[in-house]
Write a protein that binds this ligand. Sequence first.
Ligand code: DGT
Ligand code: CA
Ligand code: CA
Length: 579
Amino acid sequence: MKNQELAQLLFEIGEFLELQEIPFKPQAYQQAALALDNLEEDVFDIYKKDGLKGLKNIPAVGESIALKIEEYLKTGKIKYYEQLRKSTPVEVDELTKIEGLGGKRIKRLYKELGVRTVKDLERAIAEHQVASLFGFGEKMEKNIAEAIEFLKKSKGRFLLKEVLDDIERIEDKFRKMKGVEKVSVAGSIRRRKETIGDADFLVSVNDVTDKYLVEKIMKAFVSMEGVVKIVSKGETRSSVKTRQGLDMDLRLVPSSSFGSALQYFTGSKEHNIALRKIAIKQGYKLNEYGLFRKERKIKGETEEEIYEKLGMDWMPPEIRENAGEIEAARERKLPELIELKNIKGDFHCHSDWDGGSNSIEDMVKQAKGLGYEYLGISDHTQFLRIENGLDEKRLMEQNRYIKKLNEKLTGFKVLHGAEVNILNDGSLDIDEETLKKLDYVSVGIHSNFKMPEKEMTERIIRAMKKPYVNILNHPTGRILQRREGFNVDLEKIFKAARQYNVILEINSSERADLSAEHAKRAKEYGVKLVIGTDSHDKHQMPNMKFGVYQARRGWLEKSDVINTYSFKELKDYFTFLKS
Ligand code: DGT
Ligand code: CA
Ligand code: CA
């Protein structure tokens, strides 16, 4: 889908304009970028259907931006963007990736310190010049330095969410091709890691000596839309680079080896090494071509038969990390992992009451469309002024509103919650009287992330202990590719969660926390989890699947995750649901 690419370009145009101190226009571009990012329909489809007029109907998109979108869809470029980029001496796109730096600060760094690149910024930090800028200070300088380090570490990797749609489209394209037998992406994408390095595709045909078919497949691969560079093109393997900068590989294998190739290229490397050792012990040889006894190939067509021959159950790619899955598979004790279709509701959604994009009714409609039985509305509370946080009075108003709405709904329930702020001392920004009246209470850290570990841990546990608190949202505060989590002793948090009966969230936005490893550990403590999308817009609600992948990588089963429970099971199980 072009939506995200376009959103990124428009956003950068906004940043360039901001830097050149052009009034109003930056906001217009940034709002249009946001609208595109949240758009459900493919912008290209809109354009094909209704042309320029269709584009202008996209929220926040006016005539001039619509024309630029059209230009991009037609030519793959926006001239205005290229011009701005050339006339702006600052590497805005690189600098904005640094957490805490937006257009305004970048502008000041440029005007006052001459910072044009990340390198310049590093130099300025080394010389302590950033700290002395008015309004920046020591602390911000340190934070920026850390953010740069973090960015360097995550460079070259993509969020699974950024690529998965395109990957699935490519799989489909090859699956439909005549003569193709099997198609699958392998590697970290198949394992559904939260970030991925590159895309590894496998395609099988019955006869790899069919030159015409092989050429047809390879040609289709290297001439896919979005390919900007052909790294190599051969008969068994081709490699390309996409506009996004993603490297993609396609390997062509005979159907008789598809299973062994898929197993090998799915990885992880650690899983493969452990598996190969087992094969060798049993007198086999295992590689991407098959499972061999002496020189004779005995298995290779499917993964299942290979694992079975080695004396174990087939295991889902998400848990192939050599973290106990091989042992469990040999003992025939693999977990029955949670699936997306098990999900019956979402406890982490924001409405327009706190500045989210949609009304409660719209969110309900989306939830019903996703096949849910219930939806938890958990708007921000008063401490978060920028998020239009609700105070006690507004919360009670919302409570009455939701009660009324529920009277009109059949076979569906809106649960009234709130995402209450944990303040510095562990107290909450909503009084107990009000919390008591809600269906459930989520709490979370939204400020002062840089506390020492001991203080932060105590702060969170103090909040978990409070009456009426049910869910701890995004327990570590990390955001993928943007910031590391805060310092917190999770073992203590897990213990407290068990003791005070607090459910821990797996957040399916870019936060992706708890991580898979942490979720697995939480389960070992007997803690329940909930997968929440943290949707501020109804189009984010389908992101639930990414939380489910994360839960699967953490070995979670249906019963570990409370939003797989039906409404009735929830009520029987959780005393917090009073309504
Ligand atoms: P990524 O791309 O960094 O997100 O991670 P992967 O896991 O996709 O790694 P990649 O693309 O380097 O390789 C794909 C798979 O190929 C990997 O998961 C396992 C297999 N593989 C790669 N190198 C080795 C190796 O040295 N030994 C073994 N046994 N398998 C390997
Ligand atoms: Ca890979
Ligand atoms: Ca690869």
